[in-house]
Write a protein that binds this ligand. Structure first.
Ligand code: NAD
Ligand code: COI
Length: 340
């Protein structure tokens, strides 16, 4: 618990893009705060900038290492407020050991991610990458890329939290047959009887599987050789959750054999040096990524499911409010790490 009320909060925000700046600036004007905006993500190179600030507004697209939390403690940082959902790159034990509370923004816009999930699902089913490539060299033939209709397919939704449920709402509108798996059942979905008892049951039944759970130690490489072997031939996979949920090498084998008929990846296990970087005309030194990206039934996007104006505004404002509430009132909203 904080012992003093802050007169003027001093916050430092890392990884701030141009599209976020107006939301930071207008919040700063409306609150008793000074916010330093740093375009680069927090790293060894800029961690010393945190000296003299009360709180950090971070983004979870870089590892938050033990040394960073030690530095936060040494420099008197009171809170790390993450402006996104996922916390899988953060050394939470190190935060606890160094008494740094952490908050996140758990519901900035489930619709943003759900709408993008459906976009990619429909593109996979309708072979848009293949048709775009054919059209680039004036091949306007239909054959052999006939599609199926989603209203005749079974879609397995793995994880029925905020995003999974938003995806199910959209799938309902499209008339898909939805099945779902989550260790915790949502009462409304339970009434509909859409839950299967295990991921294995989903593997056997689903034509499309879409992942919507957080990355944890327990679900590292959830989709591995064994999981793929239990799926329907030609299954399509969508991953807008976290890259580590899929064993990419096992995925390549499953694509080679035709077990997996198509995959849309908005997250990829080795994405950090690639996504949200301008690598124009550079060779990407990642043979797994290159192998996947060259395939006409693999759609890769650089972790953009969240990226809408509505989501970005909420991410910035809620993260700032979390920091302010803690610094001014000692109350932790959206706690990830609590300090007692
Ligand atoms: P949430 O906490 O609301 O829901 C997650 C659900 O997953 C929970 O119901 C939980 O019980 C369930 N779950 C946990 N482990 C599971 C398992 N092994 N099998 C099945 N279900 C399991 O989270 P959310 O808001 O729905 O977000 C889901 C994930 O989406 C986030 O953790 C994050 O990794 C990812 N995400 C991606 C983007 C993007 O831009 N691509 C943006 C935001 C979030
Ligand atoms: C999240 O909110 O967890 C995301 O995946 C979005 C990204 C900006 C980190």
């Amino acid at each position: 618990m904080l012992e003093r009320r802050f007169l003027k909060m001093k916050l430092i925000a890392f990884g701030v893009r141009k599209d976020e700046e107006p939301y930071f600036k207008s919040w700063e004007q409306q609150n008793n705060a000074e916010i330093k905006l740093i375009p680069d993500l927090l790293s060894e190179k800029n961690i010393d900038l945190i000296k003299g600030y009360d709180g950090i507004i971070g983004l979870q697209t870089t590892p938050y290492k033990r040394e960073y939390f030690e530095k936060m403690k040494d420099t008197g940082i009171k809170i790390l407020s993450i402006r996104n959902i996922g916390i899988d790159n953060i050394d939470l034990d190190a935060a606890r050991d160094n008494l740094i509370p952490i908050t996140n923004v758990p519901a900035y816009s489930p619709s943003a991610i759900a709408e993008f999930t459906i976009t990619q699902m429909m593109q996979l089913i309708r072979h848009t990458k293949i048709f775009n490539e054919k059209m680039n060299h004036q091949d306007y033939r239909w054959e052999p890329n006939i599609s199926r209709q989603i209203n005749q397919m079974t879609v397995g939704v793995a994880g029925t939290g905020r995003i999974g449920r938003a995806v199910i709402n959209l799938l309902d509108g499209l008339g898909a047959n939805v099945i779902a798996f989550d260790p915790y059942h949502n009462p409304e979905l339970e009434k509909r009887g859409i839950y299967v008892d295990s991921m294995e049951e989903m593997y056997h039944k689903a034509d499309i599987i879409t992942l919507h759970m957080p990355a944890t130690k327990d679900n590292y490489h959830l989709l591995d050789d064994h999981a793929f072997s239990q799926m329907k031939d030609g299954v399509m996979i969508i991953n807008t959750a976290r890259g580590t949920l899929i064993d990419s090498e096992a995925l390549i084998k499953a694509l080679d054999s035709g077990k997996v008929g198509g995959v849309a990846l908005d997250t990829y296990e080795y994405e950090l040096p690639i996504f949200d970087h301008d690598l124009t005309n550079q060779t990407i030194d990642d043979p797994i990524f290159n192998n996947l990206n060259e395939r006409d039934n693999v759609l890769i996007t650089p972790h953009i499911a969240f990226y809408t104006t509505e989501a970005v505004k909420n991410m910035v404002e809620v993260a700032l409010n979390c920091a302010a509430t803690y610094l001014n009132e000692g109350k932790l909203t959206n706690p990830v790490v609590e300090i007692h």
